[in-house]
Structure formats: C-alpha cells, structure tokens
Design a protein around this ligand. Structure first.
Ligand code: GLV
Length: 334
C-alpha cells in the first residue's frame, strides 16, 4: 500500500518528525517563518494529512482545496486557528497535544507572575543600563509579595489547575472561575469557585487559562480591569485575544492595576510599536510557555501518534472532534 502523504508546516522536533518521515510520504516546510496561506492551500491539494501549528490558519479555504485531506494533526493544545466545524462537516479529523504541556505551561505562568511582581526584568535592565550606582537602598525596585496573596485563576482546566497547585506552595488564597465545578480543587487545595466579578475584585494576581472561543474573546475587558485592585497584576499565557489589549494599556497607563505579564498577544508577532511595550510594569514573552526541550519533543511525538492511530484505523488519542467518526468512519489505511 502506498504511504499516505503528509504536509508538515514547520520543522517540528526530531522525535516526532523522524516517526512521520518513516511512516509517511512527508514533505516539510523548511523555513523558520510560517508558510504563506497560499502555500498551505497548494500543498493541501494533494495530501492525506496536515501537521499544523497554531500560527497556521486552517479553514474552509484550505479544506475546499484539499479533496483527499482526512486529518489535521496540530502541535499545540489550543486549536482556535482551525475551523473545526468546517473540518467535521467534511469528515476531517482534528487532533491536538494536550496534557504533555500542562506542567511546562503552568511553570511559565509562574515565571511571568514572579517576574512582574518582583520586577525581575526591570532589575536586569537596571544593571545592564548602568543605573545601579548605589549598592543597596531601602526603596530600590520594590515589588509585591507573592506568598500569602490571593490568586484568581480564570479557567481551571488542566493548566489552570496546575497553576493552582503551585499557588498552594506559596500559601496563597486560591480563587477560581470555571464554567464547570472543580470539586477536587476545592477539596485538595482549599480553592474557592467564585464568579468572575468576585475573582477580579479580590485577586492580587489574575492568571488567565481559558481557550480562545467566541465566549472568551475579550473576556478581560475594560469592565473587568476596572474591578481589579490598584495593586493587582494580570498574567496571560492562554491566547492573546482573551484580553482586550487597548483596555489593558489604559488600565496600566492610568494605574488601575499594578502590572501585567503576557506571553500571548492579539496579533503575533506583536508589532514593536505595541504601546504595551513602552511600559515598565509589563513583562512580555513571545508565546513560549510550552517551550521546553522535553515538552516540545513530547508534543511532536503526540502529533505523530495521532496520525498513526488514524491511518491504522484507530481513534486518535487526542481527537478534538469525536463526532467526525459519523461522517468518516475509521478504517485501516496503512
Ligand atoms: C500553545 O499555545 C498551545 O496551545 O499549545
């Protein structure tokens, strides 16, 4: 049997790519920057599978050009870049890489939180720019305590829960908002499920961990930011459009809140003239929360496993549109 054809939109870590190259007739986009949409459309014409990244827009236009496409295996837990409804209609399976990146992403939320609260980036710049002229001063670079403070976790799924577990070690009061109850968080961590208004009002650190969808677009808007304490911080390493950046800029500039730490932006890469970048009380990173050697390798392996399961006629372990099975029943294709 001929090997199924796969187009891979970037050089993913070798652990996954090696398996894909062995089992499939694979072509890989070789550049660091993403392929233009037109290239994805051209390549999709002739393949059975796509391996996508969160920066690739995989929508009806791509699917319409791809009569043989059966599965999109995405290297990310979030999949807001893929029009899943359109995929399902056409019998195209969509998979993601949840779980393996949970702890790594939670670690980075904490790196952001600590960095903004204790002014780590400002302190680094302070030394390098030659401002450190006095050895020690009682009011040099004062920040806010993390221990014993209140953290408000917006979205207590896998990643939000992992952030909450870390908060326990800092003896924090843990509030969370989620559309579903999380009794284990209440039981194990003494966390409290509250409404969004209470969370924004009471938290010293609001950390956002929801997927991007219609209901979460600009969830953190002017109204929510105005509820926050003047001494509170916003941390976001979920998806940029969950936060209204214009409102956030106003909040920071006018001192409604103390600071923000962002790994994600409404537009990525964010333009260098994004006004948020002019503010010292903002810590930024270029969407790297899952970027550890170990985790990215595991994600790449999962991408390969999802593809192999599908072509062997098994349900892919990380299928995000299980109802697709009714449109295209599983069948062995290797
Ligand atoms: C990264 O943002 C991911 O969704 O995996």
């Amino acid at each position: 049997m001929e090997k199924p054809k796969v187009y891979v939109t970037r050089e993913i870590p070798e652990r996954g790519l090696k398996i894909i190259r062995e089992r499939f007739d694979a072509e890989v986009w070789p550049e660091y920057a993403p392929p233009p949409k037109q290239v994805i459309i051209e390549k999709a014409r002739n393949v059975d599978a796509l391996v996508s990244l969160l920066s690739d827009k995989i929508d009806a236009e791509v699917f319409d050009a791809a009569p043989k496409l059966k599965i999109v295996s995405q290297l990310a837990v979030g999949f807001d870049n893929i029009d899943v409804q359109e995929a399902t209609k056409r019998g195209i399976y969509v998979t993601n890489t949840p779980g393996v990146l949970t702890e790594t992403t939670a670690d980075f939320a904490w790196a952001l939180l600590m960095a903004v609260a204790r002014r780590v980036v400002e302190a680094d710049k302070y030394i390098r720019s030659g401002k450190w002229k006095v050895g020690w001063h009682p009011s040099m670079l004062l920040g806010r305590d993390v221990h014993d403070a209140t953290i408000g976790i917006v979205g207590a799924g896998r990643i939000g829960s992992a952030v909450a577990r870390r908060a326990k070690g800092f003896n924090m009061r843990i509030l969370f908002y989620d559309v579903v109850p999380r009794p284990e968080l209440e039981r194990e961590l003494g966390a409290k499920r509250v409404d969004l208004e209470t969370l924004f009002r009471e938290a010293d650190f609001v950390s956002v961990h929801v997927p991007l969808m219609k209901a979460t677009y600009h969830l953190v808007d002017e109204e929510k930011l105005r509820l926050m304490k003047k001494t509170a911080y916003l941390i976001n390493n979920s998806r940029g459009p969950v936060v209204d950046e214009k409102a956030l800029y106003k909040a920071l500039k006018e001192g409604w809140i103390a600071g923000a730490a962002l790994d994600v932006f409404e537009q990525e890469p964010t333009p260098v003239d994004n006004p948020l970048l002019t503010l010292d009380n903002v810590v930024v990173a270029p969407h790297i929360s899952s970027a550890s050697y170990e985790t990215r390798s595991k994600m790449a392996e999962m991408v390969a496993e999802n593809l192999i399961a599908f072509f062997e006629g098994r349900k892919p372990p990380n299928l995000v549109n299980p109802e697709v099975v009714n449109v295209r029943p599983l069948s062995k294709q290797f």
